[in-house]
Design a protein around this ligand. Structure first.
Ligand code: FMN
Length: 192
């Protein structure tokens, strides 16, 4: 089993990355699983141009660092999208990544191809926010779930953490990091 973790924060070792590392340590407890991290901020990914080029071919006309990510996402067993909340939504790095999957939306809804639908592949969102806002994760969840649908991924259990702002603040919530380890374990064993 291969699990792809996509980091969307520009901040290294920030709260969302720390959460993702805990999920990864839970995954690694399970034999025969591999984890691969992608740090979006290190890549050059252009925003979708809305050109419609993918409508017939399901392939994006832009060639950049996203080109290799389509393959990685197609072939992973689970996808973990990791983002800080920026203005009640995903970070720009994550949103740019998500929008480029218009090519996969086109594959599913315009060509009718249901890619790996038979398998129990999941997409999960890990997100962190500074505030306790009731609706602070609503925007990010809607976007992530729309992505998972386009990719024919089941929506798995998300882990959404409020009240963490400064880098490292999440270490003050050890129970949350324990929850993240358990989530990783469950994801890798198919229990979630
Ligand atoms: C540009 C920007 C916008 C933000 N917008 C919000 C917001 O709308 N709501 C909120 O609760 N926190 C907001 N935050 C705080 C981050 O979500 C929070 O610090 C998060 O834990 C950062 O995760 P990271 O350390 O992985 O980058 C914002 C931070 C930045 C830099």
């Amino acid at each position: 089993m291969h699990i792809l973790i996509v980091l969307g924060s520009p901040r290294k070792k920030g709260n969302s990355e720390t959460l993702a590392q805990s999920v990864a340590s839970g995954i690694r407890e399970i034999p025969n699983t591999t984890v691969e991290f992608i740090r979006l901020n290190d890549l050059k990914i252009s925003p979708c141009q809305g050109c419609g080029g993918c409508n017939k071919t399901s392939t994006c006309v832009i060639e950049d660092d996203m080109t290799a990510l389509y393959e990685k996402v197609d072939h992973c067993d689970h996808l973990v999208l990791v983002s800080p909340i920026y203005f009640y939504g995903l970070s720009a790095q994550c949103k740019t990544f998500v929008d480029r999957f218009q090519a996969r939306w086109a594959r599913k809804y315009l060509t009718g191809i249901r890619f790996r639908k038979d398998e129990q592949r999941q997409g999960i969102l890990l997100a962190t926010a500074a505030t306790q806002g009731k609706k602070v994760f609503d925007g990010a969840l809607l976007t992530a779930h729309t992505l998972f649908d386009a990719l024919d991924l089941e929506c798995g259990e998300s882990l959404l953490v409020r009240g963490v702002d400064q880098r490292g603040a999440i270490h003050k919530q050890p129970q949350t990091l324990e929850q993240a380890i358990a989530l990783g374990r469950d994801l890798a064993t198919g229990k979630s």
